[in-house]
Design a protein around this ligand. Structure first.
Ligand SMILES: Cc1ncc(COP(=O)(O)O)c(C=O)c1O
Length: 385
């Protein structure tokens, strides 16, 4: 049997939503995107949401709006996807890596605070795999720091965490901005896409501009009212707007995300039960969190991860690695040699981890096949502890 790493569950209703957009003259950002932005703001209980064409471009637009650049520092956890750090590098600011908690793999106030200097302008906590960092605690630690000259901004990386909560709070509650990804494998997807939500009116107004070249009006507004309306450019921006033709895939998914979550919980818990007491490392679950179970990583100790990948692939199971520790990649090693090796928790997990298939349309037979392959092929590589 072959088990895919991921299969999307979009269907005829979604094709119909795209067909509707094709009937209108507007393929790019317009009325559909505007409706989705209102839907997002309502879902998260924040006043402002802006659609973008990726997490990466949403984060870049946010950093540009905050005028973060050369001479500034931004703290990023060492265990994340490279994009969380790349956006900092692209602005010319310095990425400062903080190690993560060994049990949850999340950024903690203790690991973050060691890296705060007078140059720190922002922190990007990553809600890795779908469990949220404690953002109010990060905020409190930053506010109390004697070096913080101005309020250090918190930009949540919610690429794994659309429907997650911590202490009953959703992303965007205690941060300056929270950024989502609608990439192909995300719990809410339109192939490529993202969103920036915020409670900060000024930041919101600037992000609307920096996500589209710095222009003061999107195309829909430039031609509004059947006449041409002039625009200006007040700040430098990128091309990061989400077209209506992709935004059309989002309303149904946002409306149903909460009812679709238990299917992910069931799959993830079945893996957890199957591997309980075995030799693998599993990420601890936090009572305070509503987990999105975006992906299911395991840790294969004893230097056997790559053998485990080969064995699972040979058994027809597609896997991936989420993630290598970012400071260990060649670019970051060369740029910040002092950071490579300075985040031992992230480095170790980056060498041990692999991610098993998990998607709502996964059948019981498919999951049984993965579980059996792990127990027969991976367990024998790792001596029980
Ligand atoms: C933690 C994290 N941050 C950021 C991103 C980047 O998202 P996007 O591909 O939408 O730019 C990803 C993508 O997988 C991710 O996993």
């Amino acid at each position: 049997m072959k088990v895919d790493f991921y299969r999307h569950s979009l269907g005829t209703e979604d094709a119909q939503a795209i067909a509707e957009v094709l009937k209108s003259p507007f393929l790019t950002t317009g009325p559909v995107a505007e409706r989705v932005e209102l839907q997002l703001a309502e879902y998260f209980g924040v006043p402002y949401a802006t659609l973008v064409n990726s997490w990466t471009n949403g984060a870049l637009a946010t950093l540009l709006a905050l005028e973060i650049g050369p001479g500034d520092e931004v703290i990023v956890p060492a265990m994340t996807f490279i994009a969380s750090a790349n956006v900092v590098e692209l602005t010319g600011a310095k990425t400062v890596f903080a190690d993560v908690d060994p049990v949850t793999l999340l950024l903690t106030p203790q690991s973050m605070i060691k890296h705060v200097t007078a140059r720190t302008r922002a922190v990007i906590p990553v809600h890795l795999y779908g469990q949220m960092c404690d953002v109010p605690q990060l905020r409190a630690a930053l506010d109390a720091h004697p070096m913080a000259r101005e309020r250090i901004r918190i930009i949540e990386d919610c690429a794994h965490c659309f429907e997650g909560e911590r202490d009953g709070r959703k992303p965007g509650f205690a941060s300056d901005a929270a950024i989502f990804s609608f990439y192909a494998t995300k719990n809410v997807t339109c192939g490529e896409g993202g969103a920036v939500i915020t409670r900060d009116e000024e930041l919101h107004a600037k992000v609307r501009e920096t996500r589209l070249h710095g222009m003061t009006a999107i195309a829909a507004k430039r031609f509004a009212g059947g006449r041409y309306n002039h625009w200006d450019m007040r700040r430098l921006g990128i091309k990061g707007n989400l077209p209506d033709i992709l935004a059309a895939l989002l309303p149904r998914q946002i409306a149903t995300i909460d009812e679709r979550l238990p299917a992910r919980w069931a799959l993830a818990n079945r893996y957890r039960e199957a591997f309980l007491g075995g030799p693998l490392r599993l990420v601890a679950m936090l009572q305070a969190c509503r987990h999105t179970e975006h992906i299911f990583p395991i840790g294969v100790p004893g230097g056997k991860r790559d053998e485990a990948i080969a064995a699972l692939n040979a058994a027809g199971v597609a896997i991936t690695v989420n993630f290598r520790a970012v400071p260990e990649t060649t670019y970051y090693r060369e740029r910040y040699p002092e950071a490579a090796g300075a985040c031992p928790v992230a480095s170790r997990w980056g060498e041990e981890t692999l991610t098993l298939p998990l998607f709502p349309g996964m059948t019981r037979d498919e999951q049984d096949h993965v579980i059996n392959a792990v127990r027969s092929e991976v367990y024998r590589l790792v001596p029980a502890t």
